[in-house]
Write a protein that binds this ligand. Structure first.
Ligand code: ARG
Ligand code: ZN
Length: 480
């Protein structure tokens, strides 16, 4: 025992000596900071986003000059570092002129056209909050976006609106432009007197300073950057409160009076649609505001789920049933897409499949065609078309992300509802929409099995990945 004790003591003594001696001779290690990633590593849009930080909120103060079509001003991003960084990257297609970090001037470079790389102070550590202020200006209508991104700045006469998915933020605001990093937004827009400067969230202030109108907006709940919008022009505004929730609808004064009246009629469906969606999802509407913007520009895609205030293109909204369907779709996105966001763009089924399915269920609940019948119709009519079952909905590819997700997406969700039953489906919607932040299709698949207690691996393989129609078995109620 004595020998063992001596050996142990010697060993401890040696270890202590070693540590103390080493500490006294070796200088402290340099901070291991490295550049933040200049891509969110999304396979579909590798030019988008960044890594190394989590954006918490953006604040912008911007002036629109109608004479030169120039947007200029500054923005500040508050972010929490997720690594020990020497620099971080932001997406911006306009021209930065000065950058500061926590109030101190910072060096920056612009890489690959839309990547603004900002040097951080030495010793910037994981977990710290930084505020990055960028002064910039440019003509959003003149810039060229990167691969697979359409111009998002739409102009009609003296009216301009920003709307685009997947890429729209780099046209106007330096951001981590990837849906895996939703954040809040506060924006002040300075426009010429007589024009409106619109955005998302609450209208916090509206004043006139000389020949400038100042519009201040605040989105208090996070949204992905493609779900931000700004619009400038001559708009008619209708404001009020319903069910204790403020609304603000804006319709372009360039539209004919009859169209404007129709558009306001459609926008007024919003509070009712929100109630119906709260019922479907079993979770409260995630935003404190509601509304909508109908620009003069008639067509982009249909609509975009900009947070609290979707953009609707009037050409798509002329039929009242179709208009209601679109309002349901865009408001469903406030839960599925804007609150539970796609971790990568390939997860777009989570947005479009679920939002399109909400249209089906709400039509059913209004006495329209049952969703089950919609499923059967789609299965027999669209489903027999060549090419209908060729895209893998879990990874549709960048060229097909906005196609089958709207058709096979709701089919898969409705088939799931048939298989797991109404109660499990309701529970799944509640648990799913109760989340916040990035999610994957695999998360949804796993949750559907956890909630229903069923092994759904064959089901999901057939309905999402299948390269041929799923079997016409009785459980789907597809009829003959
Ligand atoms: N998310 C929009 C909607 O479902 C449509 C976006 C379409 N984007 C596109 N690049 N085609 O209402
Ligand atoms: Zn959609």
């Amino acid at each position: 025992i004595a020998i063992v004790l001596v050996i142990v003591l010697l060993f401890i003594g040696f270890a202590v000596f070693f540590v103390v001696a080493r500490d006294s001779v070796t200088p402290p290690l340099d901070p291991v900071s490295r550049p933040g990633g200049t891509s969110a590593e999304d396979p579909y849009f590798p030019q988008h986003g960044a890594t190394g930080y989590d954006a918490l909120g953006y604040e912008a103060d911007l002036t629109w000059d109608e004479g030169t079509d120039t947007l200029s001003g500054h923005s500040t991003m508050t972010a929490r570092l997720t690594g020990d960084l020497s620099s971080l990257a932001l997406d911006l297609l306009l021209e930065p002129s000065a950058v500061s970090v926590d109030g101190a001037e910072a060096d920056f470079t612009v890489e690959r056209d839309q990547k603004l790389v900002v040097q951080l102070p030495d010793g910037s550590r994981s977990g710290e909050e930084v505020s990055v202020r960028v002064e910039y200006s440019g003509q959003p209508g003149q810039v060229t976006p990167g691969a697979n991104v359409q111009p998002a700045w739409h102009t009609q006469g003296d009216e301009h609106i920003l709307a685009g998915e997947p890429g729209s933020a780099p046209f106007w605001l330096p951001t981590n432009d990837h849906p895996s990093d939703p954040a809040t937004l506060d924006v002040t827009l300075r426009v010429r007197a007589g024009d409106a400067g619109l955005s998302v969230g609450a209208l916090e202030g509206h004043t006139t300073e000389g020949d400038t109108e100042v519009w201040q907006w605040s989105l208090a709940e996070p949204a992905p950057t493609y779900a931000y919008t700004i619009a400038v022009g001559d708009f008619e505004i209708e404001e009020g409160e319903e069910d204790g929730r403020p609304y603000l609808y804006a319709v372009s004064n360039q539209l004919p009076a009859a169209t404007k009246a129709e558009m306001f009629e459609t926008l007024r469906l919003t509070p009712g649609v929100i109630d119906e969606l709260e019922e479907l999802y079993g979770t409260p509407y995630p935003y404190g505001q509601m509304g909508g913007i109908v620009p003069a520009h008639r067509f982009w895609f249909g609509a975009l789920e900009t947070a609290t205030r979707p953009v609707y293109f009037s050409e798509m909204m002329t039929d009242p049933d179709e208009a209601r369907r679109i309002v349901i779709h865009e408001y469903a996105h406030m839960w599925v897409g804007n609150t539970v966001t796609p971790a990568q763009w390939k997860e777009i089924f989570l947005n479009e499949g679920l939002a399109s399915h909400a249209e089906w269920v709400l039509a059913e609940r209004q006495g329209g065609q049952p969703a089950e019948a919609m499923l059967a119709t789609y299965y027999h009519q669209l489903g027999s078309r060549a090419g209908f079952w060729t895209v893998d909905l879990r990874d549709p590819g960048v060229d097909h992300m906005f196609e089958q997700a709207y058709l096979r997406g709701p089919m898969a969700v409705e088939a799931l509802r048939r298989v797991i039953g109404e109660d499990a489906f309701a529970e799944l919607m509640t648990v799913w929409t109760g989340q916040q932040g990035p999610a994957t299709v695999q998360d949804f698949v796993t949750m559907s099995q956890d909630v229903s207690g069923k092994d759904l691996s064959d089901f999901w393989r057939a309905w999402l990945e299948g390269t041929e129609p799923p079997p016409n078995t009785a459980e789907y109620g597809l009829g003959v």
